[in-house]
Design a binder for this molecule. Structure first.
Ligand code: ZN
Length: 264
């Protein structure tokens, strides 16, 4: 069971504080799912050791066809593409998540590209972010992206599986993450952009995961380059929905640590 809030993106912070109501049929029908940024868990809670999530893969699929996140107890990074939820375990081995597998953190949407742009080649992630910034109609909305092609190099992060009681948060675990690398890899970047006003509810700016076409390489994008022009598909997401974990860990978490990837 989860508690849901359906809100307009501009009211997210205020409503997150004042409202924690149960979903109703009326509120669910008020937002078109194909234009909605769906989020499970709160980034700041995930950073602060809320690693026991109960969102099933089958439930996540009700909220999107693409997505990213982490499986329960950090037992694998999540990359969702074409409606399939892939799990990249700490040893880099990729499997498809089963319907009852549980997820601790996720972003997702039913992706329907409204803009396709040919990118110039990018020699690193910063240059890709700079190009993407130029393509956003406004920095104050939420967006979903897919970037498909052959990438010159990819550096991807996993996470080490944790067992309760959880001792360290993501501020410690992410710098220690396992790293997977590849060259001349055909695959897809799946990601989201959140405006700066999101604070620590989600990751500010860009967050991408990657999965290769052969499903042998995947994870959180740490560094990436392409010597060719690739097409980015993006979708503006004017609605936002998030579910919070129904767990004692979440109920009692202290938000004393912060971690953000890159706010550019
Ligand atoms: Zn990630």
């Amino acid at each position: 069971m989860t508690k849901s809030i359906l809100i307009n993106s501009f009211a997210i912070v205020l409503l997150a504080i004042v409202s924690c109501s149960s979903p109703t049929a009326k509120s669910k029908s008020a937002v078109k799912p194909e234009a909605t940024f769906y989020q499970y868990n709160i980034w700041a809670a995930f950073v602060n050791k809320v690693f026991d999530g109960h969102l099933k893969v089958s439930e996540l699929k009700e909220h999107g066809s693409i997505g990213l996140g982490s499986f329960d107890h950090l037992d694998g990074e999540l990359v969702m593409l074409d409606g399939k939820a892939y799990r990249v375990r700490e040893d880099g081995v990729i499997s498809e998540g089963k319907d009852d597998d549980e997820i601790v953190y996720a972003d997702a949407c039913f992706f329907k590209s409204d803009t396709a742009v040919l990118l110039n080649r990018f020699m690193n992630y910063d240059l890709l972010r700079s190009q993407l910034n130029l393509q956003l109609p406004t920095a104050n909305h939420f967006y979903a992206f897919t970037i498909q092609g052959v990438f010159d190099s990819v550096t991807l992060g996993g996470l080490h599986k944790q067992s309760p009681p959880f001792k360290q948060g993501l501020d410690v675990l992410i710098p220690q993450r396992p790293v997977f690398k590849g060259k001349n890899v055909a695959g897809t970047m799946v990601g989201f952009y959140c405006p700066q006003f999101i604070g620590d509810i989600n990751t500010a700016a860009y967050h991408f995961h990657f999965i290769s076409d052969d499903k042998k390489l995947g994870g959180h994008v740490m560094e990436i380059s392409s010597g060719k022009k690739l097409t980015v598909n993006l979708q503006k997401l004017p609605h936002y929905q998030f579910d919070m974990p129904a767990s004692q860990t979440f109920d009692t978490v202290k938000f004393d640590k912060q971690f953000q990837y890159n706010k550019k």
